[in-house]
Design a protein around this ligand. Structure first.
Ligand SMILES: Nc1ncnc2c1ncn2[C@@H]1O[C@H](COP(=O)(O)OP(=O)(O)OP(=O)(O)O)[C@@H](O)[C@H]1O
Ligand SMILES: [Mg+2]
Length: 1078
């Protein structure tokens, strides 16, 4: 808002008039005075409508600060005092918002400030367009391409210390948002003759001086250069230093810029190497040397320089040396070599230096383009900035000036076409009343130069291509013939009194009256420069260079690609590229900056009226103002106009149904715009005054704000309403849920109250009924009691006589019952303990209860036995079963039995599994071991005993050696038929085997063991469970055993106590074995 308040206008605090259109009266004098007045007050910019006139101040003014950029940003063109930023802003916004490609055409003579203006435009656009890391990099690269190109393409001339010696057109590309994407630079014809020779008071291209002043010692050594300018023939000495220019600092700036633009270090170095090579080429000198056959030949004076060049560029010295001494001409497969004389050698040297440098320059432009080119393929909006060398009139004007001035002619032409001619033609086309304004149309001069049949350039080409001797003079002759009658051409031969005030016309010159003035061209060098000839030997030598950059600059030197066709001439190339440029410019919306040079001294504060007058004349600025004043400031087709302003009128907003023109008419009537302010063309509306347009714009802005408010209002209303509706809906839902909940709650309360009341009533009713029933029952009982008593009385009365007869029996039964009852109750208290072996039992109280008493005792005993048994685990049960079996087998039969009852049966006395000694034995047996015990085996022959391990498994009986654990015999249980033993207290027993079985070959076994009872029992049980047959156990003090073939009787006798308590065994004879049992 603050900005709006301090808003200035073109008309505020105006020095002179800001827009020449407003100048009164309008003539050359007032025009110049106005410019001067403004110039004196540091107002260097003035408008003619939308064209900006810029007068070079030759000093820095504080009008390009970031604050100024902000001031001009997004402002209407005429809103603030005239400025190049206003034009830049207008162009940028039109590009961004209306999608119109723009071009900014900057014209003016050399030193008028074109290059500065182009930089200002670029920096303004860079400052106002999008921001962001990527965008900033693009901007930075675009801006930094300037110092690089200026170092290589600009030079000090008498007119300008930083004169552009090449034409430059740069397309800056933007995306749809107006953010820069990249750019493309086109360069036009570098003035390469400057490389080898500079006019008095001028310098070679900046880069040479920058390199020598700014390079480090190390770099200079590397390039074999010396810091002293005077060492180099190609550098003019009289103006090697330019006031206010620090070449060394600029060198650093350029290197830095190269880095930012994206040159690799090695690329930058290569470039400097080429520059050094060019410098050093200038130092090669030739001396004449006569040959025997009389032909002149040249020789290089000092080969040192040549050697250094060759080292720097990697060219074979002999190849280059030869290329400087010979020239090979190829025609129809024939090669002819001729020697070069000194002059030709110098010519060849200079041609090489010029070519090398100009090709390097083109390479630089391409390289920069590669870096700055847009990375996307999306459609781009384009803003072109054209900064081409200004119109030049020197003392000696050559081919370059001719070309430069031709280019300026073309630019003037396009200006005329697009502004003056086009504008007037448009009025006619649109049927607007219009008085024609005269202006000079330079089309005729363009035609003189570029006409394809008899234009100067065509003549020059024709001359260059003509067979026979061709010189600059023959060319001039030709011009004299063809162009003699042209109004703008003049030469000594064709001299007429056309250009009256200048009668001196030297030989070998021609003069052209350009739109900007008369220029005298020296014809010398035209043919050469147009041919731009570089001897093939040299280009081939360059192509052979080891230096990749140099090699790439001379592709035609590749012998494989020899092209005998002549390359296009410099003139025709330039003409073609200018034509393309013009075509390109015509597709874009033009914006003009016309630069004016206030003095020839490059000095501030000096305003040379004559010089300025000359410029405004040839620039046709006065005509420009006249056309502008007579015409209309603004025009637009009806449709976009209606589209833009339709919101300003009720009838046209939001839709106008009808032709656009009628819509605009309605609109303008409604807005009460004075009729003289506008005219209706056939397809466009023309607005005379910019102020009317601004008024429209302001109204539109205001209206847009109102519309925005309206949209906001409606949106807010909609938003609130939707919110409200949602709230209401939610409220209904909540209310419904709450009501449901409340009703439920109430219902529950009512229900529980009802239940309470109901229960009370039911209780009361029930109690009442109960009371009634109880009463009735009591009545009934009373009645029954009364009836019983009454019946009792009746019965007693009737049966009294029988009572005594039955009394005895009754009393007996009763007494008996009482006694039995008492017996049982007492028994309960006298019960013995639960131990099955407890023999106690209470004494019998009555004899008549004897059998009952015994039966009770038996039942009790059985019961507690069962109780006792129930406590057994399965294992205990097994043990007891075995013990029971033993008891059944041996009790009362064998005297040894009672002593075994107390011993638990262990079976595996030898722990074969655990004892490592028996590992082998254990491994041999797979089955479960039931008995493992050491027994004495009685020797069948003598009755002596040996220890053996006795093993019983599920199916076998095994005997093993006690020490080694080796199995001695193995008897399957099915082969065991009987076990015999005595009835006495000894541990002998015989195992009888089935006759004829394998095990029985040696006969039956006789053993003695400490656990006879257990072993016999286990053997019995195992045999029973495995063979389902009862093992026969014979208990007898005399039994037979089968020892091999013999039947031997084993007899147990009562022995004496001599041997202690151990029974002894003795074989008496074949038939008898005696065991003495103590
Ligand atoms: N707006 C400006 N403010 C300050 N100095 C300026 C301005 N414009 C130009 N100059 C000065 O004038 C000199 C010449 O300007 P510039 O190089 O832009 O001329 P030119 O029109 O490009 O000339 P040429 O055709 O020779 O390239 C600049 O070096 C600078 O010193
Ligand atoms: Mg310039």
């Amino acid at each position: 808002m603050a900005k709006m308040e301090v808003k200035t206008s073109l008309l505020d605090n105006m020095i002179g008039v800001g827009d020449m259109v407003l100048l009164e009266p309008l003539n050359e004098e007032t025009f110049i005075n106005n410019l001067k007045k403004r110039f004196d007050h540091n107002e260097i910019y003035t408008y003619i409508g939308s064209v900006v006139i810029s007068v070079n101040p030759y000093r820095s003014l504080p009008i390009y600060s970031p604050e100024k950029v902000e001031d001009y940003r997004n402002r209407n063109f005429y809103e603030l005092s005239p400025h190049i930023f206003a034009l830049s802003d207008e162009a940028y916004r039109s590009l961004r918002d209306q999608d119109k490609d723009q071009c900014i055409l900057i014209t003016g003579e050399s030193g008028a400030g074109k290059t500065e203006a182009s930089k200002l435009v670029m920096s303004y656009v860079a400052a106002v367009c999008g921001k962001g890391a990527e965008v900033n990099q693009v901007k930075e690269q675009l801006l930094q391409s300037n110092p690089v190109l200026e170092a290589f393409g600009n030079a000090k001339t008498v007119r300008n210390d930083n004169s552009s010696r090449f034409g430059k057109y740069m397309d800056i590309e933007f995306d749809f948002k107006g953010d820069p994407l990249g750019g493309v630079i086109s360069n036009y014809l570098l003035e390469k003759s400057r490389v080898v020779k500079q006019p008095r008071g001028e310098r070679n291209f900046h880069v040479f001086y920058q390199l020598l002043s700014g390079a480090s010692e190390e770099l200079l050594n590397k390039l074999t250069l010396e810091r002293d300018f005077s060492r180099y023939n190609y550098l003019s000495l009289d103006s090697a230093k330019v006031n206010g220019v620090d070449d060394a600092a600029n060198f650093r700036t350029v290197r830095n810029a190269m880095q930012i633009v994206g040159f690799m270090d090695h690329e930058a170095e290569s470039v400097l190497e080429v520059v050094a090579a060019v410098l050093k080429l200038g130092n090669i000198e030739f001396k004449p040397e006569s040959r025997v056959n009389g032909l002149d030949e040249s020789k290089i004076k000092d080969k040192n320089e040549l050697k250094e060049i060759c080292e720097l560029t990697g060219i074979d010295q002999s190849v280059l040396e030869r290329a400087f001494s010979f020239r090979t001409v190829e025609a129809k497969q024939e090669k002819v070599s001729t020697t070069l004389n000194v002059a030709q050698a110098y010519y060849a040297r200079d041609a090489l230096a010029k070519n090398l440098y100009s090709r390097l320059f083109s390479w630089l432009v391409n390289r920069i383009n590669e870096s700055i080119k847009a990375q996307t393929k999306v459609r781009k909006k384009v803003m072109g900035v054209l900064d081409i060398y200004g119109f030049e009139i020197f003392e000696d004007n050559s081919f370059e000036q001719f070309i430069i001035n031709y280019c300026n002619e073309k630019l003037q032409q396009i200006f005329i076409e697009l502004t003056l001619k086009e504008e007037q033609e448009e009025y006619v086309r649109e049927g607007i009343e219009w008085t024609h304004i005269d202006y000079f149309n330079n089309a005729i001069i363009c035609d003189l130069i570029e006409n394809n049949t008899n234009g100067i350039l065509a003549m020059l080409d024709e001359e260059c291509l003509r067979p026979g001797t061709v010189t600059d003079e023959t060319f001039l002759e030709k011009l004299n013939q063809v162009c003699a009658t042209h109004q703008h051409f003049e030469s000594r031969m064709s001299k007429s009194s056309r250009f009256l005030n200048d009668t001196s016309l030297p030989h070998s010159c021609f003069r052209i009256q350009h739109y900007a003035g008369k220029v005298l061209y020296q014809v010398e060098g035209f043919v050469d420069k147009n041919n731009d000839l570089l001897y093939r030997d040299l280009s081939q030598a360059m192509w052979k260079a080891g230096h990749t950059l140099i090699k790439s600059l001379f592709p035609e030197g590749n012998p494989a690609k020899i092209n005998l066709k002549r390359p296009p001439t410099a003139g025709s190339q330039f003409k073609a590229s200018v034509a393309t440029l013009m075509k390109n410019l015509q597709t874009k919306n033009p914006n003009y900056i016309r630069c004016i040079k206030p003095n020839d001294k490059k000095a501030a504060h000096i305003f040379s009226e004559a010089l300025v007058c000359h410029q405004i004349r040839y620039l046709g600025l006065l005509e420009n103002v006249r056309v502008r004043r007579a015409g209309y400031a603004f025009r637009q087709a009806y449709e976009p106009c209606l589209e833009r302003y339709k919101m300003l009128c009720k009838q046209t907003w939001p839709h106008w149904k009808g032709p656009a023109r009628a819509g605009v008419e309605v609109l303008f009537n409604e807005l009460e715009i004075p009729v003289e302010e506008y005219s209706f063309g056939r397809s466009k509306i023309f607005i005379r005054n910019p102020r009317t347009l601004f008024k429209l714009e302001d109204l539109r802005k205001q209206r847009l704000e109102d519309l925005a408010t309206l949209i906001q209002k409606i949106y807010r209303g909609w938003k609130c309403r939707t919110h409200f509706l949602l709230m209401r809906k939610s409220q209904i839902v909540i209310a419904a849920w709450y009501r449901r909940y409340a009703q439920q709650k109430r219902y529950q309360q009512i229900k529980s109250s009802t239940l309470v009341i109901q229960s009370y009533i039911r209780g009361w009713k029930a109690r009442k009924i109960l009371r009634e029933l109880k009463h009735r029952k009591r009545c009934e009982e009373a009645a029954t009691t009364i009836a019983a008593y009454w019946h009792g009385t009746q019965v007693r009365r009737e049966y009294r006589k029988f009572f005594r007869a039955n009394a005895g029996k009754k009393i007996y039964e009763f007494t008996l019952q009482r006694i039995v009852q008492k017996y049982f109750l007492e028994m309960k208290n006298k019960m013995p303990s639960l131990s099955p072996i407890d023999k106690n039992w209470p004494p019998r109280p009555y004899l008549f209860l004897d059998s009952t008493h015994k039966e009770l005792k038996r039942i009790f005993h059985l019961w507690r036995c069962k109780k006792y048994r129930d406590q057994f685990t399965d294992q205990q049960k097994l043990i007891y079963e075995e013990k029971l079996e033993a008891s059944e087998l041996f009790k009362d039969k064998k005297a040894l039995y009672p002593s075994s009852v107390g011993q638990p049966f262990q079976g595996a006395y030898l722990e074969i599994n655990k004892n490592p000694k028996y590992k082998k034995l254990k491994d041999a047996i797979e089955e479960k071991i039931i008995i493992a015990e050491v027994v004495n085996k009685i020797n069948r022959a003598n009755g002596k005993s040996t220890s053996r391990i006795f093993l019983l498994t599920n199916n076998n009986l095994l005997l093993a050696d006690q020490k080694s654990g080796q199995i001695k015999s193995e008897v399957p249980l099915v082969d065991v038929t009987k076990v015999s033993m005595s009835s006495q207290n000894d541990g002998f027993f015989a195992v009888h085997l089935k006759e004829g079985s394998e095990a029985a070959s040696k006969g039956d076994f006789l053993f003695s063991s400490d656990h006879l009872i257990e072993m016999a029992t286990k053997l019995y049980r195992t045999t029973l469970s495995q063979t389902k047959q009862k093992l026969n156990i014979e208990i007898s003090d005399e039994f037979l055993v089968q020892f091999r073939q013999d039947k031997v009787c084993v007899k147990f006798i009562q022995g004496n106590q001599k041997n202690g308590s151990v029974p002894t065994c003795k074989r008496k004879n074949n038939r008898l074995l005696e065991v003495a049992v103590p």
